[in-house]
Design a protein. Structure first.
Length: 347
């Protein structure tokens, strides 16, 4: 499917959808056919599943990792799925699976789960376009506290969110607008949250050459239960070639574990799509050697699971320093707080 998020041949603008219970055949197709993603998770799981109890958080309609763990000798698998339609399809698949006697499928979230024994392995595909966006930290923290044995292996093991300066308007020289395929998902996000708001944006198929600056990690996450849910990071990016800057492109570098090849969502063909955070309503001209100082803050939203992000930036050029900022929330309420969202959502 050339129109799949992250699978086409040109940049497309999408709302970030992974943070919401909106998964359907179109989105599941993107993940099921993501060879890099699946090979990395499969290789990591294959090394640790044998003879152990496995917890699969967000198993999805295909029970991919629950079935994979059972095939590789897991003693018992507890698979959790919150989306009703996905759970129903998973139940049908489980009924036909040879490994069904070792897999318990539960409808709900891991936060409401109670296990007869603590699991020794946890696999969770809750990493977003920004690594923490889908609530992975909250889910893993709760799992370590209640559901996992001491020293339990978590797949993926770690993930970084990398930032670089870009000009979104230059990436979309023919004009900024959501992909046609993205519009139904935009409405679904608004319906789920009860209102329109400045939805988080992602860019599928961005050209890595669009990044004008050096890059740096604004999140470095390990899923061992020690990571704080809220955190602030300061980074300095150096402009490496002349151009305009209007925001940050954010992408992930994921380590599934056990020596697997890291997945880079900017440079690899994967179903994870980089996110974009606007900093300036009007692009600011920068020259090689200028610096962009960035403060990236992650704050847990009022649902206790999904983060909001606050970014403050200072671009220092020969003409002076220009301050910029961005607020990206999981479920609003602000609408039209910057020129980009006013253009996209208000007109």
């Amino acid at each position: 499917m050339d129109t799949d998020p992250g699978r086409g041949i040109r940049p497309d603008l999408w709302p970030s959808v992974g943070e919401y219970p909106l998964y359907d055949p179109f989105l599941y197709y993107s993940m099921t056919h993501d060879v890099l993603r699946n090979d990395a998770f499969r290789a990591a799981l294959r090394q640790v599943a044998g003879g152990r109890t496995v917890l699969d958080i967000g198993t999805g309609q295909d029970l991919n990792w629950a079935l994979e763990a059972a095939r590789h000798g897991a003693r018992a698998v507890h698979a959790v799925e919150a989306i009703e339609r996905s759970h129903a399809m998973a139940a049908k698949r489980l009924a036909q699976a040879p490994q069904r006697d070792r897999i318990e499928l539960v409808h709900g979230t891991s936060f409401g789960l109670h296990l007869p024994e603590r699991a020794e392995v946890c696999v969770a595909e809750l990493v977003g376009s920004i690594a923490s966006a889908e609530g992975m930290l909250a889910a893993v923290s709760d799992a370590h506290a209640r559901l996992l044995a001491p020293g339990a292996v978590v797949i993926p093991a770690a993930c970084r969110t990398i930032a670089g300066a870009v000009c979104l308007r230059d990436m979309f020289a023919d004009g900024l607008g959501f992909s046609r395929d993205a519009l139904p998902y935009l409405q679904k996000v608004f319906d789920l949250c009860g209102r329109p708001f400045d939805v988080r944006l992602t860019v599928s198929n961005p050209d890595p050459a669009s990044v004008l600056s050096s890059t740096a990690a604004v999140e470095t996450l390990r899923f061992d239960g020690s990571q704080p849910l809220d955190e602030k990071t300061d980074q300095r990016l150096t402009i490496e070639r002349d151009g305009a800057v209007d925001g940050l492109l954010l992408w992930i570098v994921l380590d599934a574990g056990d020596g697997t090849r890291p997945i880079d969502s900017l440079h690899d063909r994967t179903s994870w799509t980089p996110a974009y955070l606007p900093l300036y309503d009007t692009p600011v001209e920068a020259r090689a050697g200028d610096v962009l100082d960035v403060t990236f803050e992650r704050r847990t939203s009022d649902d206790g699971v999904h983060p909001d992000y606050l970014v403050n930036a200072s671009l220092t050029t020969s003409a002076g320093t220009v301050e910029g900022s961005s607020v990206s929330t999981h479920h609003g309420p602000d609408l039209g707080t910057n020129a980009l969202h006013r253009h996209l959502l208000i007109g």
